[in-house]
Design a protein around this ligand. Structure first.
Ligand code: SAM
Length: 271
């Protein structure tokens, strides 16, 4: 049964993303963004809530027309596709370390204004100095062991006055960092806290314009998840197993977000 394959597959970082991509294709018929949903209204679909997060992140970055936007940790490229569809003159570069995600990006998420590279956020070898107007990084920095190296790359690749946005899941101040150790090891998680983030910007002479805690909107984003999986064209058994898998994932995410973590958005500029 496919769902058992998914569950067995959820044992490594790479397989986790394969699992999510496969799960979305099974449930929604296509690959979706790989980030959490953001609540704005009742009765929104999961896809709408994922779009809400991108809209929220872009809202502080001004008009993207004619700009070069770099998405660091672009995953399967679904964010890049969405951004290229809402603005018809933005040029987009997406980079990611995971080849499987990049295959999907190149096959399904490209446009004549979008390119994808296999690159490491801590090195950005494909990106020239002072070449980027806007840099975004959504739910990816939690995987970087050396976030200071990532911030020094932000400084290097942004144009003067260039803007950046990092959306990341941080440890709460009171959290000892020992929660769910097996999940952390499996998923290559390197959560830090807000103080560290202040340090990365300070050390690299980057300036934050706004810092927001959007944990409540993310937690509420899972409201109504039981109605997200369409029942049509699916056997009762696979429907129940999909619901079970979703319930398990939601429980895991919400436990972490409510007890140990917070979802933060950092908006900043180069100067
Ligand atoms: C949760 S997904 C988010 C993808 C996308 N930003 C989104 O919002 O849908 C995290 C992505 O970060 C990528 N990643 C992890 N470590 C990375 C690194 N050092 N450099 C570049 N990408 C990395 C993973 O491969 C994965 O595709």
């Amino acid at each position: 049964m496919k769902v058992f394959k998914y569950m067995r597959g959820a044992i490594s970082f790479k397989k986790y993303y394969r699992l999510l991509n496969d799960l979305y294709v099974t449930v929604f018929g296509r690959e979706l963004m790989l980030h959490f949903p953001f609540y704005m209204n009742e009765d929104e679909s999961f896809i709408q809530r994922q779009n809400n997060l991108i809209d929220h992140c872009l809202s502080g970055l001004g008009d993207l027309s004619g700009q070069t936007l770099l998405e660091v940790g672009c995953g399967n490229g679904a964010n890049c596709k969405y951004i290229s569809e809402i603005n018809d003159s933005v040029k987009i570069i997406g980079i990611d370390l995971n080849e499987d995600n990049l295959v999907i990006a190149n096959q399904h998420m490209g446009s004549e204004r979008t390119v994808f590279y296999h690159d490491d956020a801590q090195k950005l070898e494909y990106i020239e100095d002072s070449s980027v107007d806007v840099l975004i990084c959504i739910e990816s920095a939690l995987h970087y062991p050396d976030k200071n190296a990532f911030f020094s790359q932000i400084k290097r690749v942004l144009k003067p006055e260039g803007k950046f946005l990092v959306a990341d899941i941080l440890r709460r101040k009171e959290d000892s960092g020992r929660s769910l150790w097996w999940w952390k090891r499996t998923m290559l998680l390197h959560h830090t806290n807000e103080n560290d983030y202040l340090g990365y910007a300070g050390e690299n002479k980057l300036h934050y314009l706004a810092i927001r805690d959007i944990t409540p909107e993310i937690v509420k984003g899972y409201d109504g998840h039981k109605s997200w999986i369409p029942r049509e064209n699916r056997s009762w058994g696979s429907f129940v197993l999909l619901q079970f898998t979703l319930a398990l994932l939601v429980r895991l995410y919400l436990k972490e977000l409510r007890k140990h973590k917070k979802y933060m958005v950092f908006n900043g500029v180069h100067a």
